[in-house]
Design a protein. Structure first.
Length: 123
C-alpha cells in the first residue's frame, strides 16, 4: 500500500488554522495521511479532527520563548498586533525542530502545505 503523506503547517491562530484543517479533512477523506504541525496550546483546535480521522496526526512543537512575548502566549489571537515581528521570529525558530523531525521520520511527506505567511524568501 502506498502511503501519501502531507505536512500541513498553519500560522498559529484559529483564523488560519481552521481553513487548513478543512483541507486536511478533505485530503483524509481521499485516503491520504496528514500530519498537522501545531503548538501545544493549539492542539485543542485539532482534537475533533483527530478523533474523526485517524489518518491525521499532530506534530506538536513547543512555542519557542521570545522576550517580546508573554510566556503563556501560544496563539496569535492572544497577542496584540505589535507582537507580529516576535511571532515571525518564533516561526523561524521552528526551522531546527522541523528539520530534526524530518531526519527522524521514516516516511517523508510528499508535500508541505503552509500558510501564506511562510511563503516568502524574507520569512
Amino acid at each position: 500500500m502506498l502511503i501519501i503523506e502531507f505536512l500541513i503547517f498553519p500560522y498559529p491562530t484559529p483564523g488560519h488554522i481552521m481553513p487548513l484543517l478543512d483541507l486536511a479533512h478533505q485530503l483524509s477523506i481521499c485516503g491520504l495521511t496528514i500530519i498537522v504541525l501545531v503548538t501545544p496550546k493549539n492542539l485543542s483546535i485539532l482534537r475533533p479532527l483527530l478523533i474523526a480521522h485517524p489518518s491525521i496526526t499532530p506534530l506538536v512543537l513547543p512555542f519557542p520563548p521570545h522576550p517580546s512575548l508573554p510566556s503563556d502566549a501560544k496563539n496569535v489571537k492572544d497577542l496584540s498586533p505589535a507582537a507580529f515581528p516576535a511571532i515571525m521570529h518564533f516561526m523561524r525558530q521552528l526551522h531546527a525542530p522541523i528539520i530534526q523531525w524530518f531526519r527522524a521520520h521514516p516516511l517523508l511527506p510528499v508535500a508541505i502545505i503552509s500558510d501564506m505567511f511562510f511563503g516568502g524568501p524574507t520569512n
